[in-house]
Design a protein around this ligand. Sequence first.
Ligand code: FDA
Length: 302
Amino acid sequence: MRILDHAVVRLLPLVPRAVVQRLSAPYIAGPELADARSTVGALNAAGQMATIDVLGEEVTRVEEAETIAAAYVDVLDAIGADGLDANVSVKLTGLGLKVDVDHCHHLLERVVGEAARRSTFVRIDMEDSTCTDDTLALYRRLREAGNDNVGIVLQAALRRSLADLAAVRDLRPSVRLCKGIYVEPPSIAFQEPDEIRRAFVALLDALLDAGCYPAVATHDEWLLAESLARLAALPADGYELQMLLGVREARAAELVAAGHRLRVYVPFGRRWYEYSLRRLQENPQMASMVARATLARLVGRG
Ligand code: FDA
């Protein structure tokens, strides 16, 4: 990321919410479940799978966590009713991880059970490093209780991720591999883009060595090439590629046309703000977009 972008990332929280909402619209299906349904239907028609995320994280009350868990059950009903080729992605802080770990486990178990009844799958997103231990512990608890339709995410940026993989290797986990979006200190996380890329490739090698199902989540052309070279030995259903809604859509279509299975992350809901800030951080055009939007506002056109 360039220096100018770094400066804008720091300023992003100062950008008016209406501007953030407008700039981030391509990354979010919309406020309602109906929006996610139609977005996923269109993706499926284009040969792409989806994972649906109910927006909402860092809840502070058990009741909010219950509401999000119930929203996931509605999503699973919709997946079944519409016959969508989709699963769900959950953020444990949205299910109350920071409020009550046992209750979060109970809600996650409910969502995973409802998903199993509809023969679908739950991916537990990985959040910032304060959540890593609890997330992996809850994953193990679920797997040891016999739930196989659940998987995790490993972040290449975290120095601990190879060790985390070694610790769950006995479970042959389904793992989404990504760079990691959360800002973490150098003591625990690689900072340089090339270090993160090297760690990503090392993790993919370790996943393949462990016989895990890899879901390679990146839009980085260099990493895609390195990953595809390694995945070439697997059968077409032995791995998947993943991308975010609104990012590199033309490249996603090319990859599908080339015969790869590709899943798009489809967030929806009314709690769009935190997710939107993270996506804008990563948009290479963000600095100029934010500058233009702010300028337009200053001259009264915003
Ligand atoms: P990089 O950021 O270098 O992007 C490569 C190129 O893609 C850019 O040069 C640009 O062209 C394009 N691009 C990327 N982001 C863009 C944007 N917002 N707007 C426009 N263009 C953009 N992280 C995490 O910590 N926990 C998680 O659970 C997940 N889950 C997850 C699921 C899926 C399906 C994906 C694809 C990603 C995640 N992530 C995540 C986010 C991930 O960690 C990472 O932050 C982003 O994928 C960006 O990294 P890339 O590897 O795409 O490279």
